[in-house]
Design a binder for this molecule. Structure first.
Ligand SMILES: [Cu+2]
Length: 92
């Protein structure tokens, strides 16, 4: 029972740390470059980053994430800070 409790505590700490570095956004795809793994997004304001809405390019962590993603498509996405820049880790 104590083991289970410790496990739950550890998992919640890990979950909180993970959520802290992750930002959710939504917007419209403007351009997709599957070869470079870059997507241009006209995104809405991202409150957790204090970003206003804008159009900008993002690198994706894995170019496979861009499979089936097309210009003018409405998407939600997830950003993670990596080496001082924001990388898309989920888009759909
Ligand atoms: Cu932006």
């Amino acid at each position: 029972m104590r083991f289970l409790l410790k496990l739950i505590v550890l998992l919640s700490i890990a979950g909180a740390a993970y959520a802290q570095g992750t930002h959710q956004g939504s917007g419209v795809v403007k351009r997709v470059d599957t070869a470079l793994g870059v997507v241009s997004l006209k995104h809405e304001a991202i409150k957790s980053l204090k970003w206003p809405g804008m159009t900008m390019d993002f690198s994706v962590r894995d170019p496979k994430l861009l499979k089936g993603i097309k210009p003018e498509q409405k998407v939600t996405f997830e950003l993670v800070e990596e080496k001082g820049r924001y990388v898309v880790t989920r888009i759909q």
